[in-house]
Design a protein around this ligand. Sequence first.
Ligand SMILES: NC(=O)C1=CN([C@@H]2O[C@H](COP(=O)(O)OP(=O)(O)OC[C@H]3O[C@@H](n4cnc5c(N)ncnc54)[C@H](O)[C@@H]3O)[C@@H](O)[C@H]2O)[C@H](O)CC1
Ligand SMILES: [K+]
Length: 454
Amino acid sequence: MTGGPVLTAAQMRAAEQAAFDAGIDEYGLMETAGAAAAAIIWRAGHKRDALVLCGPGNNGGDGYVIARLLRDRGVPVRVAALGESCTVSGQRARAAWGGPVENVMRAAPATQLVDALFGTGLTRGLDDAVAARLCALAGAAAISHAIDLPSGIETDSGAILSAVPLFGTCIALGAYKPAHVLQPAAGHMGRLVLADIGIATPATVHRLSAPVLPAPVAQAHKYTRGLVAVVAGDMIGASCLSAEAAARSGAGYVRLLAHGPVPRMSHAIVQHASLDFGRAKAVLVGPGLGRDHAAWERLAAAAKAGVPMVADAGALWLLAEKGWGDLPSPAIVTPHEGEFQRLFGDLPGSKIDRALAAARRSGAVVVYKGADSVIAAPDGRAAVASGASPWLSTAGTGDVLAGLCAGRLAVTGDPFRAACEAVWLHGEAARRAGAAFVADDLLESLPAAIAARL
Ligand SMILES: NC(=O)C1=CN([C@@H]2O[C@H](COP(=O)(O)OP(=O)(O)OC[C@H]3O[C@@H](n4cnc5c(N)ncnc54)[C@H](O)[C@@H]3O)[C@@H](O)[C@H]2O)[C@H](O)CC1
Ligand SMILES: [K+]
């Protein structure tokens, strides 16, 4: 499940250094990166006039290469710089451009804007006047491209260090960086394109990609396809949403462990009054569970059953309150920001770093939910799902996701894979449901979302 590598600035520098050590020429790499970006810009803008903003480092160097190559294709190009180039490759690229270089603060707008001011070397926000000028020039352009990263964004955290416009396209060079997939930075890139610059970029963190889901084998029956036990609580609606999602996740059998009456639910879901975990391949605890003593007893009984577990909502609250205890292995926990803080406290680093630290500490796969959900495994792998529908921010969608995690865990037995598949299916169901949907509508979209990935 690799949707493209995600490398920090230091990891990217190490990948570049490994390429140089293997004999790749530093300026040659800049030419390759600039050519890849220029080809993408050409496809979008063709011969529309362009203004390329070049910074003092290698990001600026890429800009001079892009300007030269667009000029070679007949594009009317102007270049505006923030001072002189201070890297050897940047100076060479500027010399190869050879044309006039205007001052960024005085350059007139163009139909296309290319931002090559700063990339992974940014150490602080742009000066206010420069940031305002960048925003004005991008706002005046019909087409805007950020080279590697929009200038003003912190590469590893996705924080906005100075005012940053919304770019039509961001061209990530060689690999994605955390800022390409994490909020708030990711919200400043309308379209994200990964440009191959011909170097190896080994990574343990990837962008979440569409999964390939196997259909049931010919001899499959309901138990071999995976039985999910859903531990219900007092808020039965949430438990039902989870059970229904599990039932539409590809699992063979869903048992709802509910002692009271259950309103409006698929007749395919079997209700048991007792905590019967027999033949279960996954148990889900949390949605609708509540936080009282009875809830704690039900969580403890589920944990003792020794079945792979998904813990969400009320179960996370209780775990934060009473400690992790004997969480079964494998397990998936699905905290949103508030639940994450309660469970793991104020961890340092980016959202990816925090999710990975939490997974290491808990021994569970962590689905750190939000507009940029991070799925992290205790062994150091992580996947980041960016670009989810903002309409998902409505009550009950977390219950659906938890049900999907449990369903895919019962099907696959692999908690990291299950969590990745569940997050993707959840996002795809939302995409298909359109706008202003309620959590129940996601259930209807799930079979088609799965069918599209068989
Ligand atoms: N390594 C390579 O050969 C290649 C790199 N590529 C591109 O290069 C950038 C990273 O380049 P780098 O020179 O390390 O950093 P920047 O150009 O982002 O920054 C330059 C320089 O500017 C100073 N600085 C930082 N922040 C500010 C600020 N707010 N105001 C003023 N000055 C600032 C700081 O000293 C930096 O060192 C990468 O993103 C790619 O675009 C090529 O892709 C391939 C070859
Ligand atoms: K840039």
